[in-house]
Design a protein around this ligand. Structure first.
Ligand SMILES: NC(=O)c1ccc[n+]([C@@H]2O[C@H](COP(=O)([O-])OP(=O)(O)OC[C@H]3O[C@@H](n4cnc5c(N)ncnc54)[C@H](O)[C@@H]3O)[C@@H](O)[C@H]2O)c1
Length: 212
């Protein structure tokens, strides 16, 4: 049996970039591509791309002279390698300033999936925003999307209670924009996103640059 090649972190980090670009290509009906074309879109050298592709599992990933690579095969191979749920059904809770902005930017369908619906406690918000259905949070249990595992939290009130309900429904990952502390059981991951923390980290790096 052939020895499994060790993949560097740098190569692994480039795979999602290729995948995003290829899904976009597939979306516009481009069935095959040359490494030079992918290089143009991703700004990664085509020699690097070809070398990275050599780590992918399927035989079909080998490019053919003049034809290049098959877009769908490469998408499959990259998805398999990354083991990502690229078609995740994601929900968003809290359609206020922040939530609305995120709904407007629901452009992840080539990478991680997309927001399929959203919820708010304010009945006036029920309807549709940027083409996405908004439900009353009271109807969470009855309208919860099938197999949804990821929720984005942009709420200001009752955070722990809302998290508990989401976990009960099978949510395994939360992108948290709230500034509230809450707890989740083992097996549920929380990824916090905070502009203030980002600015503080930036300042620390700037300070370190000044001291160099
Ligand atoms: N992480 C960051 O960098 C960052 C930046 C800005 C705001 N925030 C936080 O994000 C949250 C939203 O901010 P915003 O400016 O959009 O506020 P907002 O008041 O404009 O919107 C909050 C929305 O959530 C709804 N809501 C509140 N509690 C709810 C619940 N339990 N269930 C369902 N809907 C609920 C409200 O009806 C409202 O529509 C706040 O907690 C805020 O502190 C974080």
């Amino acid at each position: 049996m052939a020895e499994k090649k060790k993949i560097s972190r740098a190569t692994m980090a480039r795979f999602p970039i290729y995948l995003k670009a290829l899904r976009a290509m597939g979306h516009i009906g481009k069935d095959n591509f040359l490494s030079s074309e992918l290089a143009e879109v991703t700004h990664i050298q085509d020699t690097t791309i070809r070398r990275d592709f050599g780590f992918l599992p399927q035989k079909e990933t080998l490019g053919k002279r003049g034809y290049g690579y098959d877009t769908n095969h490469m998408i499959e191979a990259l998805s398999e390698m990354l083991g990502l749920g690229l078609d995740e059904s994601i929900i968003l809770i809290g359609v206020g300033n922040l939530g609305s902005a995120i709904l407007k930017y629901n452009r992840w369908k080539y990478t991680v999936g997309k927001i399929v619906c959203a919820y708010d406690a304010n009945p006036d918000k029920v309807g549709s925003v940027y083409g996405i259905d908004i439900y009353n949070i009271d109807d969470l249990e009855t309208s919860f999307p099938d197999k949804c595992k990821i929720a984005i939290l942009c709420i200001s009130d009752d955070v722990q209670e809302t998290v508990n309900r989401l976990v009960k429904l099978g949510v395994k990952g939360i992108v948290d924009f709230t500034h509230n502390h809450f707890v989740v059981p083992k097996g549920v991951e929380v990824q916090s996103v905070d502009v203030v923390v980002a600015i503080q980290e930036l300042e620390l790096k700037m300070k370190a640059n000044e001291e160099e």
